[in-house]
Design a protein around this ligand. Structure first.
Ligand code: FAD
Ligand code: UDP
Length: 388
Protein backbone atom coordinates (compact mmCIF):
# COMPACT_ATOMS: atom_id res chain seq x y z
CA UNK A 1 0.00 0.00 0.00
CA UNK A 2 2.85 2.40 0.80
CA UNK A 3 6.09 2.92 -1.11
CA UNK A 4 7.86 4.65 1.76
CA UNK A 5 7.39 4.76 5.50
CA UNK A 6 8.83 7.76 7.32
CA UNK A 7 9.35 7.73 11.07
CA UNK A 8 9.13 11.24 12.51
CA UNK A 9 7.11 14.26 11.38
CA UNK A 10 9.77 16.90 12.13
CA UNK A 11 11.55 18.82 9.38
CA UNK A 12 13.60 15.81 8.24
CA UNK A 13 10.57 13.55 7.83
CA UNK A 14 8.09 16.14 6.61
CA UNK A 15 10.29 17.63 3.90
CA UNK A 16 11.10 14.17 2.56
CA UNK A 17 7.43 13.18 2.64
CA UNK A 18 6.52 16.32 0.69
CA UNK A 19 9.24 15.75 -1.93
CA UNK A 20 8.46 12.05 -2.41
CA UNK A 21 4.71 12.63 -2.69
CA UNK A 22 4.77 15.68 -4.94
CA UNK A 23 7.82 14.98 -7.12
CA UNK A 24 7.68 11.20 -7.45
CA UNK A 25 4.02 10.48 -6.69
CA UNK A 26 5.11 8.06 -3.98
CA UNK A 27 2.58 6.86 -1.43
CA UNK A 28 4.04 7.80 1.91
CA UNK A 29 3.10 6.84 5.45
CA UNK A 30 4.44 9.20 8.14
CA UNK A 31 4.45 7.81 11.68
CA UNK A 32 5.14 9.89 14.79
CA UNK A 33 4.82 8.95 18.40
CA UNK A 34 3.72 12.44 19.37
CA UNK A 35 0.11 13.58 19.07
CA UNK A 36 1.10 16.28 16.61
CA UNK A 37 3.27 16.99 13.59
CA UNK A 38 6.29 19.34 13.54
CA UNK A 39 8.70 17.49 15.84
CA UNK A 40 10.53 19.91 18.12
CA UNK A 41 9.46 22.86 15.97
CA UNK A 42 5.80 22.39 16.92
CA UNK A 43 4.03 25.54 18.12
CA UNK A 44 0.49 26.12 19.35
CA UNK A 45 -1.67 28.65 21.20
CA UNK A 46 -1.72 28.34 24.97
CA UNK A 47 -4.92 28.76 27.04
CA UNK A 48 -4.49 32.53 27.03
CA UNK A 49 -4.10 32.64 23.25
CA UNK A 50 -0.35 33.22 23.13
CA UNK A 51 1.54 31.39 20.37
CA UNK A 52 4.16 29.31 22.19
CA UNK A 53 6.88 26.91 21.08
CA UNK A 54 6.18 23.74 23.05
CA UNK A 55 9.72 22.34 22.80
CA UNK A 56 11.75 25.51 23.20
CA UNK A 57 12.14 28.74 21.24
CA UNK A 58 12.80 28.30 17.52
CA UNK A 59 14.35 31.12 15.51
CA UNK A 60 14.67 30.63 11.80
CA UNK A 61 17.84 32.06 10.28
CA UNK A 62 19.71 31.08 7.15
CA UNK A 63 22.04 32.19 4.40
CA UNK A 64 20.75 29.38 2.22
CA UNK A 65 18.50 30.92 -0.44
CA UNK A 66 17.38 27.52 -1.75
CA UNK A 67 16.10 26.54 1.69
CA UNK A 68 14.42 29.90 2.17
CA UNK A 69 12.75 29.70 -1.26
CA UNK A 70 11.68 26.10 -0.69
CA UNK A 71 10.03 26.88 2.68
CA UNK A 72 8.46 30.06 1.29
CA UNK A 73 6.13 27.80 -0.71
CA UNK A 74 4.58 26.69 2.56
CA UNK A 75 4.40 29.89 4.60
CA UNK A 76 4.44 33.63 4.58
CA UNK A 77 7.03 35.20 6.83
CA UNK A 78 7.41 38.00 9.31
CA UNK A 79 10.80 39.71 9.44
CA UNK A 80 12.35 39.31 12.84
CA UNK A 81 15.93 39.79 14.07
CA UNK A 82 16.65 37.88 17.26
CA UNK A 83 18.40 39.61 20.15
CA UNK A 84 19.57 37.97 23.35
CA UNK A 85 20.75 39.57 26.57
CA UNK A 86 22.93 37.81 29.13
CA UNK A 87 22.70 38.66 32.82
CA UNK A 88 26.30 39.14 33.98
CA UNK A 89 27.47 40.92 37.12
CA UNK A 90 24.06 42.52 37.62
CA UNK A 91 23.91 43.88 34.07
CA UNK A 92 22.10 42.86 30.91
CA UNK A 93 24.71 42.70 28.15
CA UNK A 94 24.40 41.55 24.54
CA UNK A 95 24.97 37.88 23.73
CA UNK A 96 27.00 36.92 21.77
CA UNK A 97 29.49 38.92 23.81
CA UNK A 98 30.57 41.94 21.77
CA UNK A 99 32.16 45.39 21.95
CA UNK A 100 29.06 46.84 23.58
CA UNK A 101 29.27 44.22 26.33
CA UNK A 102 32.88 45.25 26.93
CA UNK A 103 31.84 48.91 27.24
CA UNK A 104 29.06 48.02 29.69
CA UNK A 105 31.18 45.83 31.93
CA UNK A 106 34.59 47.52 32.12
CA UNK A 107 35.83 51.00 33.06
CA UNK A 108 36.17 53.23 29.96
CA UNK A 109 40.00 53.19 29.74
CA UNK A 110 40.18 49.40 29.99
CA UNK A 111 37.26 48.97 27.57
CA UNK A 112 38.99 51.25 25.05
CA UNK A 113 42.25 49.36 25.33
CA UNK A 114 40.57 45.93 24.99
CA UNK A 115 38.57 47.12 22.00
CA UNK A 116 41.64 48.56 20.29
CA UNK A 117 43.51 45.28 20.75
CA UNK A 118 40.62 43.15 19.48
CA UNK A 119 40.27 45.35 16.42
CA UNK A 120 44.01 45.21 15.76
CA UNK A 121 44.22 41.42 16.12
CA UNK A 122 40.95 40.35 14.47
CA UNK A 123 39.39 43.33 12.67
CA UNK A 124 35.85 44.63 12.93
CA UNK A 125 33.11 42.07 12.30
CA UNK A 126 35.20 38.99 13.06
CA UNK A 127 33.63 36.19 15.09
CA UNK A 128 36.01 34.43 17.45
CA UNK A 129 35.07 31.21 19.26
CA UNK A 130 35.76 31.56 22.98
CA UNK A 131 38.13 28.57 23.04
CA UNK A 132 40.17 30.27 20.31
CA UNK A 133 40.21 33.63 22.09
CA UNK A 134 41.61 31.87 25.14
CA UNK A 135 44.73 30.97 23.14
CA UNK A 136 45.79 34.63 23.08
CA UNK A 137 49.14 35.42 24.77
CA UNK A 138 48.58 39.13 25.28
CA UNK A 139 47.87 39.64 29.00
CA UNK A 140 44.92 41.99 28.51
CA UNK A 141 43.25 39.81 25.87
CA UNK A 142 43.87 36.77 28.03
CA UNK A 143 42.17 38.56 30.92
CA UNK A 144 39.21 39.34 28.65
CA UNK A 145 39.02 35.79 27.31
CA UNK A 146 39.06 34.34 30.82
CA UNK A 147 36.41 36.81 31.91
CA UNK A 148 34.06 35.86 29.06
CA UNK A 149 34.82 32.17 29.50
CA UNK A 150 34.05 32.30 33.23
CA UNK A 151 31.10 34.68 33.17
CA UNK A 152 29.29 33.59 30.02
CA UNK A 153 30.32 30.04 29.15
CA UNK A 154 31.44 27.93 32.10
CA UNK A 155 28.29 27.91 34.19
CA UNK A 156 25.85 28.03 31.29
CA UNK A 157 27.59 25.05 29.71
CA UNK A 158 27.67 23.24 33.06
CA UNK A 159 23.90 23.68 33.30
CA UNK A 160 23.20 22.88 29.67
CA UNK A 161 25.52 19.90 29.19
CA UNK A 162 26.82 18.98 32.64
CA UNK A 163 30.31 19.61 31.26
CA UNK A 164 33.09 22.15 30.87
CA UNK A 165 33.26 24.00 27.53
CA UNK A 166 36.47 22.19 26.54
CA UNK A 167 34.94 18.76 27.23
CA UNK A 168 32.40 19.17 24.47
CA UNK A 169 32.94 19.58 20.73
CA UNK A 170 34.24 23.11 19.98
CA UNK A 171 31.40 23.39 17.48
CA UNK A 172 28.98 23.77 20.39
CA UNK A 173 30.37 26.89 22.10
CA UNK A 174 31.52 28.05 18.66
CA UNK A 175 27.83 28.60 17.84
CA UNK A 176 27.97 31.71 20.03
CA UNK A 177 31.37 33.25 19.21
CA UNK A 178 32.67 36.51 20.64
CA UNK A 179 31.68 39.10 18.07
CA UNK A 180 34.15 41.93 17.40
CA UNK A 181 31.30 44.22 16.56
CA UNK A 182 28.54 46.46 17.85
CA UNK A 183 25.91 44.41 16.05
CA UNK A 184 23.71 43.13 18.89
CA UNK A 185 21.82 40.54 16.86
CA UNK A 186 22.20 36.87 17.82
CA UNK A 187 22.54 35.87 14.15
CA UNK A 188 23.87 37.70 11.11
CA UNK A 189 22.25 35.49 8.45
CA UNK A 190 20.71 37.05 5.38
CA UNK A 191 17.24 35.60 6.03
CA UNK A 192 15.91 36.00 9.57
CA UNK A 193 12.20 35.40 9.84
CA UNK A 194 9.43 33.73 11.76
CA UNK A 195 6.57 31.97 9.98
CA UNK A 196 3.62 34.36 9.97
CA UNK A 197 1.11 31.75 11.09
CA UNK A 198 3.50 29.63 13.15
CA UNK A 199 5.69 26.60 12.42
CA UNK A 200 2.93 24.03 12.72
CA UNK A 201 1.18 25.56 9.71
CA UNK A 202 4.33 24.90 7.63
CA UNK A 203 4.11 21.24 8.57
CA UNK A 204 0.38 21.07 7.80
CA UNK A 205 1.17 22.45 4.36
CA UNK A 206 4.14 20.13 3.82
CA UNK A 207 2.04 17.08 4.71
CA UNK A 208 -1.26 17.94 3.05
CA UNK A 209 -0.73 15.97 -0.19
CA UNK A 210 -3.29 13.16 -0.72
CA UNK A 211 -0.46 10.65 -1.16
CA UNK A 212 0.71 11.29 2.40
CA UNK A 213 -0.96 9.39 5.24
CA UNK A 214 -0.28 10.29 8.84
CA UNK A 215 -0.28 8.01 11.84
CA UNK A 216 0.24 10.09 14.99
CA UNK A 217 0.42 8.98 18.60
CA UNK A 218 2.10 5.83 17.31
CA UNK A 219 5.50 4.57 18.31
CA UNK A 220 7.40 2.98 15.43
CA UNK A 221 8.07 -0.06 17.61
CA UNK A 222 4.38 -0.68 18.23
CA UNK A 223 3.43 -1.08 14.57
CA UNK A 224 6.64 -2.10 12.81
CA UNK A 225 9.20 -4.80 13.32
CA UNK A 226 12.74 -4.54 12.06
CA UNK A 227 15.00 -7.57 11.88
CA UNK A 228 18.60 -6.35 12.23
CA UNK A 229 19.87 -9.74 11.05
CA UNK A 230 18.20 -9.61 7.65
CA UNK A 231 17.01 -6.00 7.36
CA UNK A 232 13.45 -7.29 6.88
CA UNK A 233 10.65 -4.91 7.85
CA UNK A 234 7.08 -5.60 8.80
CA UNK A 235 4.15 -3.24 9.17
CA UNK A 236 1.36 -4.76 11.27
CA UNK A 237 2.86 -8.23 10.80
CA UNK A 238 2.84 -7.84 7.01
CA UNK A 239 6.19 -7.73 5.20
CA UNK A 240 7.00 -4.23 4.02
CA UNK A 241 9.22 -4.22 0.94
CA UNK A 242 9.51 -0.46 0.48
CA UNK A 243 11.93 2.05 1.92
CA UNK A 244 12.10 3.17 5.53
CA UNK A 245 13.20 6.73 6.24
CA UNK A 246 13.97 6.91 9.92
CA UNK A 247 14.47 10.20 11.79
CA UNK A 248 14.37 8.86 15.36
CA UNK A 249 17.18 7.66 17.61
CA UNK A 250 19.70 5.50 15.79
CA UNK A 251 20.61 3.54 18.93
CA UNK A 252 16.94 2.72 19.56
CA UNK A 253 16.44 1.49 15.98
CA UNK A 254 19.34 -0.92 16.35
CA UNK A 255 18.31 -2.20 19.78
CA UNK A 256 21.14 -0.40 21.63
CA UNK A 257 23.52 -3.11 20.38
CA UNK A 258 26.55 -0.84 20.82
CA UNK A 259 25.22 0.74 24.01
CA UNK A 260 23.10 3.84 24.55
CA UNK A 261 24.15 7.10 22.96
CA UNK A 262 23.89 9.94 25.45
CA UNK A 263 21.42 12.79 25.01
CA UNK A 264 20.55 15.87 26.98
CA UNK A 265 16.96 16.58 27.92
CA UNK A 266 15.15 19.72 29.04
CA UNK A 267 12.25 20.63 31.25
CA UNK A 268 10.22 23.64 30.13
CA UNK A 269 8.38 25.77 32.65
CA UNK A 270 5.77 28.00 30.98
CA UNK A 271 4.22 30.93 32.86
CA UNK A 272 1.52 33.32 31.75
CA UNK A 273 1.75 36.75 33.33
CA UNK A 274 -0.80 39.55 33.45
CA UNK A 275 1.53 42.24 32.23
CA UNK A 276 2.31 43.58 28.80
CA UNK A 277 5.94 42.49 28.66
CA UNK A 278 8.18 40.60 31.07
CA UNK A 279 11.72 41.35 29.90
CA UNK A 280 13.75 43.66 27.68
CA UNK A 281 14.58 41.13 24.94
CA UNK A 282 13.00 37.98 23.49
CA UNK A 283 15.55 35.82 25.29
CA UNK A 284 17.59 36.52 28.40
CA UNK A 285 20.38 34.07 29.26
CA UNK A 286 21.30 33.46 32.89
CA UNK A 287 24.74 31.87 32.80
CA UNK A 288 25.48 32.20 36.51
CA UNK A 289 22.17 32.53 38.33
CA UNK A 290 19.22 30.15 38.78
CA UNK A 291 18.89 26.56 37.59
CA UNK A 292 17.45 27.52 34.23
CA UNK A 293 19.66 28.64 31.36
CA UNK A 294 17.37 31.16 29.70
CA UNK A 295 13.94 32.77 29.64
CA UNK A 296 12.14 33.44 26.37
CA UNK A 297 9.13 35.71 25.95
CA UNK A 298 7.09 34.51 22.99
CA UNK A 299 5.10 37.54 21.93
CA UNK A 300 8.33 39.42 21.35
CA UNK A 301 9.21 37.03 18.56
CA UNK A 302 5.76 36.37 17.12
CA UNK A 303 4.78 40.05 17.20
CA UNK A 304 1.37 38.98 18.50
CA UNK A 305 -0.80 41.63 20.13
CA UNK A 306 -2.46 39.82 22.98
CA UNK A 307 -3.35 40.53 26.62
CA UNK A 308 -0.70 39.31 29.03
CA UNK A 309 2.51 37.55 28.09
CA UNK A 310 3.84 33.98 28.21
CA UNK A 311 7.42 33.13 29.07
CA UNK A 312 9.32 29.85 29.24
CA UNK A 313 12.22 28.91 31.47
CA UNK A 314 14.52 26.14 30.19
CA UNK A 315 15.88 23.71 32.77
CA UNK A 316 18.43 21.29 31.31
CA UNK A 317 18.35 17.78 32.75
CA UNK A 318 19.85 14.35 32.25
CA UNK A 319 18.05 12.21 29.67
CA UNK A 320 16.50 8.99 30.89
CA UNK A 321 14.51 6.94 28.38
CA UNK A 322 12.68 5.14 31.18
CA UNK A 323 11.43 8.30 32.91
CA UNK A 324 8.53 10.06 31.13
CA UNK A 325 9.55 13.43 32.57
CA UNK A 326 13.06 13.12 31.11
CA UNK A 327 12.68 10.98 28.03
CA UNK A 328 12.79 13.59 25.27
CA UNK A 329 16.29 13.54 23.74
CA UNK A 330 16.56 17.20 22.75
CA UNK A 331 20.29 17.26 22.07
CA UNK A 332 22.79 14.50 21.24
CA UNK A 333 25.85 15.06 23.46
CA UNK A 334 28.81 15.87 21.26
CA UNK A 335 31.94 14.35 22.76
CA UNK A 336 34.75 12.35 21.15
CA UNK A 337 33.70 9.15 22.90
CA UNK A 338 30.10 9.51 21.78
CA UNK A 339 31.18 10.24 18.21
CA UNK A 340 33.02 6.91 18.19
CA UNK A 341 29.99 5.04 19.44
CA UNK A 342 27.80 6.76 16.89
CA UNK A 343 30.29 5.75 14.15
CA UNK A 344 29.73 2.10 15.12
CA UNK A 345 25.99 2.53 14.61
CA UNK A 346 26.57 4.35 11.36
CA UNK A 347 28.77 1.55 10.00
CA UNK A 348 26.18 -1.01 11.03
CA UNK A 349 23.44 1.01 9.32
CA UNK A 350 25.25 0.75 5.99
CA UNK A 351 24.19 -2.90 5.75
CA UNK A 352 20.63 -1.91 5.10
CA UNK A 353 19.96 -0.31 1.77
CA UNK A 354 16.22 -0.19 2.48
CA UNK A 355 16.80 2.24 5.38
CA UNK A 356 17.75 5.91 5.16
CA UNK A 357 18.78 7.66 8.33
CA UNK A 358 18.25 11.39 8.39
CA UNK A 359 17.65 13.92 11.15
CA UNK A 360 19.16 15.36 14.30
CA UNK A 361 18.71 12.14 16.23
CA UNK A 362 19.33 9.60 13.47
CA UNK A 363 22.51 11.35 12.33
CA UNK A 364 23.63 12.61 15.73
CA UNK A 365 24.16 16.12 14.38
CA UNK A 366 23.49 19.59 15.77
CA UNK A 367 21.32 20.56 12.81
CA UNK A 368 19.54 23.89 12.92
CA UNK A 369 16.24 24.00 11.06
CA UNK A 370 17.73 25.40 7.86
CA UNK A 371 20.52 22.80 7.84
CA UNK A 372 17.93 20.11 8.45
CA UNK A 373 15.80 21.22 5.52
CA UNK A 374 18.91 21.49 3.32
CA UNK A 375 19.97 17.99 4.34
CA UNK A 376 16.51 16.53 3.64
CA UNK A 377 16.47 18.19 0.20
CA UNK A 378 19.96 16.78 -0.49
CA UNK A 379 18.89 13.29 0.57
CA UNK A 380 15.95 13.52 -1.79
CA UNK A 381 18.11 14.79 -4.66
CA UNK A 382 20.66 12.00 -4.12
CA UNK A 383 17.94 9.32 -4.14
CA UNK A 384 16.39 10.81 -7.26
CA UNK A 385 19.73 10.81 -9.10
CA UNK A 386 20.54 7.23 -7.95
CA UNK A 387 17.23 5.91 -9.15
CA UNK A 388 17.29 7.51 -12.47
P1 FAD B 1 12.66 16.41 15.38
O1 FAD B 1 12.02 17.73 15.20
O2 FAD B 1 13.12 16.03 16.74
O3 FAD B 1 11.64 15.29 14.85
C1 FAD B 1 11.83 13.91 15.09
C2 FAD B 1 10.46 13.28 15.27
O4 FAD B 1 10.62 11.85 15.30
C3 FAD B 1 9.80 13.68 16.58
O5 FAD B 1 8.53 14.27 16.34
C4 FAD B 1 9.67 12.37 17.35
O6 FAD B 1 8.47 12.27 18.10
C5 FAD B 1 9.69 11.34 16.22
N1 FAD B 1 10.14 10.02 16.68
C6 FAD B 1 11.30 9.72 17.27
N2 FAD B 1 11.35 8.40 17.58
C7 FAD B 1 10.18 7.87 17.18
C8 FAD B 1 9.62 6.55 17.25
N3 FAD B 1 10.26 5.52 17.81
N4 FAD B 1 8.37 6.35 16.73
C9 FAD B 1 7.68 7.39 16.18
N5 FAD B 1 8.17 8.66 16.10
C10 FAD B 1 9.40 8.89 16.61
N6 FAD B 1 16.93 25.27 15.12
C11 FAD B 1 16.98 26.52 14.58
O7 FAD B 1 17.22 26.66 13.38
N7 FAD B 1 16.74 27.64 15.35
C12 FAD B 1 16.44 27.56 16.66
O8 FAD B 1 16.23 28.58 17.33
C13 FAD B 1 16.37 26.25 17.26
N8 FAD B 1 16.10 26.14 18.57
C14 FAD B 1 16.06 24.89 19.13
C15 FAD B 1 15.78 24.80 20.49
C16 FAD B 1 15.74 23.56 21.09
C17 FAD B 1 15.43 23.48 22.56
C18 FAD B 1 15.99 22.39 20.32
C19 FAD B 1 15.95 21.03 20.98
C20 FAD B 1 16.26 22.47 18.97
C21 FAD B 1 16.30 23.73 18.35
N9 FAD B 1 16.56 23.86 17.00
C22 FAD B 1 16.63 25.12 16.44
C23 FAD B 1 16.82 22.69 16.14
C24 FAD B 1 15.57 22.12 15.46
O9 FAD B 1 14.64 21.71 16.45
C25 FAD B 1 16.01 20.93 14.59
O10 FAD B 1 16.83 21.37 13.54
C26 FAD B 1 14.88 20.15 13.95
O11 FAD B 1 13.84 19.90 14.85
C27 FAD B 1 15.42 18.82 13.44
O12 FAD B 1 14.39 18.11 12.82
P2 FAD B 1 14.29 16.53 12.93
O13 FAD B 1 13.20 16.14 12.01
O14 FAD B 1 15.61 15.90 12.78
O15 FAD B 1 13.93 16.22 14.46
N1 UDP C 1 26.54 29.16 25.54
C1 UDP C 1 26.97 29.63 26.76
N2 UDP C 1 26.44 30.80 27.24
C2 UDP C 1 25.49 31.50 26.58
C3 UDP C 1 25.03 31.00 25.34
C4 UDP C 1 25.57 29.82 24.85
O1 UDP C 1 27.82 29.01 27.39
O2 UDP C 1 25.04 32.55 27.08
C5 UDP C 1 27.13 27.89 25.02
C6 UDP C 1 26.43 26.66 25.63
O3 UDP C 1 27.39 25.62 25.74
C7 UDP C 1 25.37 26.37 24.59
C8 UDP C 1 26.14 26.66 23.29
O4 UDP C 1 26.94 27.81 23.62
O5 UDP C 1 24.94 25.03 24.65
C9 UDP C 1 25.30 26.94 22.09
O6 UDP C 1 24.37 27.98 22.38
P1 UDP C 1 23.04 28.16 21.52
O7 UDP C 1 22.38 29.41 21.97
O8 UDP C 1 23.35 28.04 20.08
O9 UDP C 1 22.20 26.89 22.00
P2 UDP C 1 20.81 26.27 21.52
O10 UDP C 1 19.92 27.43 21.19
O11 UDP C 1 21.12 25.37 20.38
O12 UDP C 1 20.38 25.53 22.74
Amino acid sequence: MFDTIIIGAGFAGSVLAERLATQEQKRVLVIDKRRHIGGNCYDCFDEQGVLIHQYGPHLFHTDNKDVFDYLSQFTEWRNYQHEVLAFIDGQMVPAPFNLQAIEQLFPPALAASLTAKLLAVYGYGKKVPILELRQQDDAELKFLADFIYNKLFVNYTAKQWGMKPEEISPEVTGRVPVHISRDNRYFQDKYQVVPKHGYTKIFENLLQHPNISLMLNTDFNSVMQFNPGTGALQLFDTPFKGELIYTGLIDELFGYRFGELPYRSLHFDFEHLQQEFFQAATTVNYPNDYDYTRITEFKRLSGQTVNGTTIVKEYPQAYDRHDPSKNIPYYPIFTEENAQRFAQYQTFAQRFNNITLVGRLAENRYYDMDDMVARALDVFAARASNSG
